[in-house]
Design a protein around this ligand. Sequence first.
Ligand SMILES: Nc1nc2c(ncn2[C@@H]2O[C@H](COP(=O)(O)OP(=O)(O)OP(=O)(O)O)[C@@H](O)[C@H]2O)c(=O)[nH]1
Ligand SMILES: [Mg+2]
Length: 370
Amino acid sequence: MKVQQLVAKAKQAGELIQGKDIVLLIGETGTGKSTTVQFLAGCKMSVTKVRINSEAYSDHITTTEPFKYPGLEHVISSPLCRSETRYLTPVTIPLKDVLGAYENGDITLCDAPGIGDTAGPEVDLANNVGVIEALKGCKSVKILVISSYTTLGGRGEGIQRLAHILINMIHGVEERLESIVYAFTRYPPNENINALLLNIKLNKVDQDRYLSRDNVFVAVLKDMIQKTENDKAYKIDPIHGDRKPLIRELQRLCGIQYPQQVIRFSMSGETREAIINQIQRDKLNVICSLKHKDSDLVLYYLNNVKIFNELIEHNAVQEAYEVSKKSVNESFVKHCADETDKIKRLVASNVELKQKDLEEIRANIARKAD
Ligand SMILES: Nc1nc2c(ncn2[C@@H]2O[C@H](COP(=O)(O)OP(=O)(O)OP(=O)(O)O)[C@@H](O)[C@H]2O)c(=O)[nH]1
Ligand SMILES: [Mg+2]
């Protein structure tokens, strides 16, 4: 998918959440974010067996009735382990539908693409561009972190990845923990999540010289442990669960103000490299199209570089943008000089200057300036 298309889609989502207090779902691909949005929106759900390859079947939970709220039709869950959600999709739920007729106001849940480096650079970039662009105009953001038992990993690697997604995405996350709530999908009913997390902290993190020195990571893990104490972990059971406690908690949470200054790109090293390669190609394409005097292509590639430059703070990106701009500028200056020479030659040749000649020169310059 083209960057421009992604940005356009993200802007549409951005318009829907402009000036709103929203809840953003964050989690790795396939952890159950879309399913959780459907559950919190009160959709009736049932489980079906879905064939995921020639040998294996998997339990898939889907909605069984028409969608009640606008936007829900775009919240799509997938049994296949690939990134299904590509854009930020807001769904607004009136609180009276969940908590009772006496409640005013509403809550806007934003389903988001899986963040992380599991799905390849293109998807990672798409996710980042979409989420960050769409969040620019909203008023505040509460974070609902989704962690799945299936991605936990034998030694808690899933929690580590998740914590690092949060750290990369939320600037100063350790000071914004009051804006975060954790929910857990696919956990066996009797599994004690708090004990699992505590075990990861004591037996993995505290024993690891590097991990235990990572203060921000330790702060996030401790926050998870504290928030799941006394059996308080929010386990998502999309079919039989009660959505009220989690909605109440989300309502109570205090959102991150000025999210555009706090929420940032969380892309993997692989994605960063892919973007830098892409930008170098776009820069060369600007120069090449200038040589071929194809102004449509010049504009197209220059715009690509410009979009990346607005989205990503990186020296290589900035440099590519500056070089592209400079090349276009120099080409324009040269073109004007050529046209000036043409006028001078015409004047010097004593041939009578015709209105037509001047108009042609003026049109040439104007076309380039465009
Ligand atoms: N058993 C069970 N399955 C779940 C639960 N939540 C999600 N699933 C299943 O997990 C699969 C992936 O769920 P999605 O909701 O698409 O996951 P996602 O996080 O939105 O994935 P991306 O949009 O790709 O990032 C689907 O087959 C769901 O039915 C849950 O709480 N319990
Ligand atoms: Mg999804």
